[in-house]
Design a protein. Structure first.
Length: 434
């Protein structure tokens, strides 16, 4: 797969943040004015062509997308056949040689195109913005949040489209409507918290056959440095508070057996007393209230561990109460089936042995494998990380000739059944096979 990549940057001036942060201007008017200034002042930092294996896209599909799509590339190939006229609805009878049965092409699936955009956003962001995804936001803005040191959080929003835009300039690479939407959201967010950088990750599908070709554009938006100095960070962004609480609760359930979580089957409404559930541990029965307390305590331990390296100490301390309240709200609202979302994922994540490939699902004639990365592995990733867009395509290990790629805190590969239970050894400079 050929990726025609560009990296752009733009600093939004104080006057624009003040002027278009006001509700006096409608979003269409603000977006148009901001777009004009962006196109006149944005700077292209780099431009290169990067080749990415399709197997890596299928592996990353297990980690980054919000929507559940088994194979976004296969979906787009089918769409391409309809769009190019190679496939049409099979009416009975003979087809006219004059083309009188010509049909309008089908539209592409928003899910498949969107999934592809989220995959490229995740792969390139972890290669250049920061090595680890802090929060994967679901059904809210932005899509991904990273902690990029120096008290700065990076908000990454992914957008994808099938317009064939592949020019040298931003205006010829990204649809104007998407630029205007990003700019309006960035102005509102940076006015609320200047200790952020906003990244727009735009993916345009150029060709599907004979090979996939996409144009990926990363646009970094920042406020003037003076805004940050005048407003020191005292708390975490609300999106980080919510995302860390959800992540911590999901991880906390891995330490509590399903028989204990069963006590949550009958939700307790506000004002009602404790409702006895079926939860049991070593023969002991637990009430929902007791299980909620166990989950809150475990989730807060997880949250503190996550934030130990992903946030300034002052801001983390200033948001502790908010995190506790968010965890409490999530626990009170949840049911056992909700807590077991991503069951297969967490089963692999909680196993004692780390860095061991285990089968996730079948993919054609082969399997997709996942390995949980141990703290030592992640430390090595962090220590060896460097800002490089090209690194997005580099495998972190090779097992029996099969590349293994990282997506967040896990590693994935596609290969034969014999790779099951194989142990990874991370690649180091000069390694040929690990």
């Amino acid at each position: 797969m050929e990726v025609r990549f560009q990296h752009w940057e733009y600093e939004i001036a104080d006057e624009l943040l003040i002027r278009y942060g006001s509700p006096f201007f409608s979003r269409p008017d603000a977006g148009t004015a901001l777009q004009d200034r962006l196109l006149a002042g944005a700077v292209m930092v780099s431009s290169q062509t990067i080749n990415i294996q399709e197997q890596q896209i299928l592996c990353a599909n297990e980690a980054f997308p919000e929507a559940a799509v088994a194979d976004p590339l296969a979906d787009l190939r089918v769409w391409d056949e309809w769009e190019t006229g190679h496939r049409i609805f099979p009416y009975p009878g003979r087809f006219s040689r004059l083309g009188l049965t010509r049909q309008e092409g089908k539209i592409s699936s928003p899910s498949s195109v969107g999934v592809l955009g989220e995959i490229f956003a995740g792969l390139f962001a972890q290669a250049y913005v920061a090595p680890q995804v802090l929060v994967r936001v679901i059904r809210h803005w932005p899509d991904l949040i990273f902690y990029s040191e120096n008290e700065i959080y990076a908000f990454v929003e992914a957008k994808a489209f099938t317009e064939k835009l592949d020019g040298r300039h931003l205006s010829n690479r990204v649809p104007g409507a998407l630029l205007r939407e990003l700019l309006c959201n960035a102005v509102a967010q940076l006015n609320a918290d200047p200790h952020l950088e906003i990244w727009g990750a735009f993916t345009g599908v150029l060709t599907v056959q004979p090979q996939f070709t996409v144009a990926v554009t990363f646009l970094r938006l920042t406020p003037p440095p003076g805004r940050r100095g005048a407003n020191p960070r005292k708390s975490l962004p609300p999106a980080v508070v919510r995302g860390v609480a959800e992540r911590a609760l999901a991880q906390a359930t891995a330490s509590v057996g399903p028989e204990v979580l069963a006590a949550l089957d009958n939700p307790r409404r506000p004002g009602q007393g404790p409702s006895l559930g079926a939860g049991a541990l070593w023969g002991k029965k637990f009430s929902r209230v007791e299980v909620e307390a166990m989950l809150r305590e475990a989730a807060m331990r997880e949250a503190e561990e996550v934030l130990a390296t992903s946030g300034p100490a002052v801001a983390v301390a200033g948001s502790r109460e908010e995190i506790e309240l968010e965890v409490k709200r999530l626990v009170e609202d949840c049911r056992p089936n909700e807590l077991h979302g991503g069951k297969r994922f967490f089963e692999i994540k909680q196993r004692a042995e780390g860095s061991v490939l285990e089968r996730v699902r079948i993919a054609g004639d082969e399997w997709i494998f996942m390995a949980n990365l141990t703290p030592a592995d992640l430390h090595q990733v962090q220590a060896g990380w460097r800002q490089s867009w090209e690194a997005a395509s580099e495998p972190m290990a090779i097992v029996d000739g099969y590349p293994v790629w990282r997506s967040g805190g896990a590693a994935y590969c596609i290969g034969p059944e014999g790779l099951d239970h194989r142990t990874l050894r991370l690649r180091r400079p000069g390694d040929q096979e690990t």
